[in-house]
Design a protein around this ligand. Sequence first.
Ligand code: AMP
Length: 125
Amino acid sequence: MPIDATLPYDDSNLFARILRGEIPAKRVYEDEFALAFHDIAPQAATHILVIPKGSYVSWDDFSAHAPEAEIAGFVRAVGHVARDQGLVAPGYRLLANIGADAGQEVPHLHVHLFGGHALGPMLAR
Ligand code: AMP
């Protein structure tokens, strides 16, 4: 069920639990600012989620409230994962859903990283 991205952060959410190691995930990268793991229901040959370690509901919350170092660290981590997965030359897509209209389901900021083949049109119509 899509979330209301204006609600306060709830640290019982699924990705907070993955960050704390309470729920397993197929981790591909971790540093001071970010964790990356495979999406449990991949929608492309490569479908990785990158999440910040800080407690942010969405991109909106993160872009408004995160300190510069966390923003820089997270953006660098997303780029690192894409390079590490060999996605730069063939190309890849980043996507972040924010709130109900976008269908955001987990109330902890996550960037989807898709790749591995031609991804088709940006949005289904
Ligand atoms: P969104 O709709 O943007 O909030 O995306 C949530 C994503 O989390 C979906 O693509 C789900 O397949 C994925 N997901 C849900 N549970 C898990 C899990 N336990 N481990 C990894 N990915 C998950």
